[in-house]
Design a protein around this ligand. Sequence first.
Ligand code: SAM
Ligand code: SF4
Length: 439
Amino acid sequence: MNERDSEIMAQLLGEAGYIESLEIDDADLIILNTCSIRAKAEQKVMSLLGHLRKNLKKRPGLQICVAGCVAQQEGYDIIRKMPHVTLVIGTQNIYDLVFALKHAQTNGPRVLTSLEKRYQIPRFLPNFNGKKALYPAPFRKFLTIMQGCDNYCSYCVVPYTRGREVSRQAKDIVDEARVLVQNGVKEITLLGQNVNSYGQTNIVTAHSQKGEYGFAQLLHEVAKLAEEGLQRLRFTTSNPKDLTDELIACFAEIDILCSQLHLPLQAGSDHILRRMNRKYSIEGYLALVDKLHKVCPSIALTTDIIVGFPGETDEDFEATMAILNTVRYHGSFSFKYSPRPGTRAAKFSDAVPEEIKSARLARFQKRQDEISLERNSEYIGTVQNIMLEPDSGSTQITRGRTETNHIVHLHQAVKGAAGEILPAKIVHAGQHSLQGRVL
Ligand code: SAM
Ligand code: SF4
């Protein structure tokens, strides 16, 4: 989401005449777009801001701006601690960036962090005509379909930093997807904190449908762009509590919907899930996994796990390990619980000691690595359609991605364009990627 917000800010700046500088030392404006999901991400921002003092000495007039969730959360405190910051701009205010920068230039440091209850996401379409360096059109894009979250999981800062859940108008989303496809984008990932509840908190209007309109309808509508060149569609994130049969059926009904789903579990015991306010049970979660496998046998599931949530006993943690061994996720993101300001769990008194959290995380990750290797080995000898992509930091095509979102490293560079889909035989499996040969 931050990546997409950075693009929006880059586009707004490009349209206002800014040019991207390749070296930070040449910049007249530096924007840190920040994350506060865990304390570590937030600490990085503060330390980087400290370092930027020296840039200001070298370049008087430099504007330093903090955007994103740390900006939203800390507001004026950022300027109090770091007086060289000229603008603090919150998550709902980025569309006012250019105006706010001008205002700060003439009137001094500014904080713009209002969170409106009845916020509407402005209609905003990508513009590929600006400076190429500012906004290149790649073959794969994220498309934000909603903002904020109303779920209030007890550990999570998102409802406080991104505000109430609000869905974009379906016609704006489809129009944006069309602009992307017309500019060569082959794969789109629809983004939201809980895409499953798209359209539930505000009325969304669509081009083609009247009446009830939810995420499954949106998927079908975006998928029509297959006729115009869209080849792959994904979405993230899905809160299991809102994963409906109708949405699961989309994996069978929509050809371009990739056989992959990120389905955060967070914890393997009902006791901890209740304290986390996740609103699903382990039994319900496993029933969803069964349904998904029935509808789409090739689906690759990944998840998010928090270890060491307050009150997590050895038994609770063993329950998380048991789910890992039952579902055998293709991969997971796992984190030590990090108390966040303003959240309910930050007030829980039964914190798990740091060394226990670390030991549990290491055990979870070791077992996940073993399972990922076993899962990846199942692809050896199969032929997978891979979407070609350049290796990071290069323009050479040396790898591709399967529908299940596995990276396949190729034995030799391939003549083909990024975004092209070719069949490849999988010849080797590692923990985090596959190796293959284009046929
Ligand atoms: N909306 C998604 C969901 O409900 O699954 C999750 C989005 S959150 C930005 C990404 C992940 O960060 C979560 O799934 C959770 O595992 C992790 N996370 C969130 N708050 C955390 C905290 N306080 N400590 C550790 N991990 C946290
Ligand atoms: Fe945070 Fe996701 Fe829960 Fe919303 S649903 S509060 S974003 S973890």
